[in-house]
Design a protein around this ligand. Sequence first.
Ligand code: URA
Length: 262
Amino acid sequence: GLSVGRLGARSSSALLPYGFFMVGLYASSLFPVNGHFIQNPCPIFGCTRGNFMLDWHKGGGRAPGPGSFGVRFFMMLNWNELEAQCLSCQKCALADKRTNVVFGVGPRDAEVMFIGEGPGENEDLQGEPFVGRGGKLLDDMLELIDLDRHKNVYIANIVKCRPPQNRDPLNTEQDACIGYLRNQAALIRPKIIVCLGRIAAMRIIKPDFKITREHGQFFKKGNIYMMATLHPAALLRNPAQKPAAFDDFLKLRDKIDELQAD
Ligand code: URA
């Protein structure tokens, strides 16, 4: 899939210390980037080139305005800049009601990254992802396959602020927030991404992802293996699904072992 010309050198982190830099470049949907057209960019990696990321924007959101569409280049931020910006974010209305921004947790060189949909009440109060009952279940399942949020997995969400009454995050809210996750993923460079639940899977793996049918399957995008498993909150509501989720975790363990053997 993706074709986005070559956007600059692959000099990795050399430019990062120069700080935040954004070039707003809005154009029509057919605007060619360095002579290439952008097709179906992956929300996480398809748009990252060297120190630059390409934000593919279509309609909605606070910027640049309803009905507009275009592309926007921006420079990747380093961890300090990224976290500082995220913690003071006002890009969508979820900012007005939050107690804490839930940025993410875990080692920043983890080979495995987990992605949920958005903070719930406990997460909003504590500023950390998956800290309620669902979080305890997640930690227990991670432990069964030797994973730990403080040792070897990074956990973040699609949206960093709690949606009211825990409703699904709106597309406009996801659009406003996804750049933070993309920058996190680009800094971490995980080998494997696991989506927790349907919302994350639809955003990260493919828009028509069917969680009941496709959980536990790996999809390779670029060099990254991606899979989705059932959301811990769904497992709490429906414990009969726990064995199926456990099976996904065993497949994850196998994939980690396979990639470590190479
Ligand atoms: N559900 C999520 O998707 N993310 C959290 O951080 C907590 C609950």
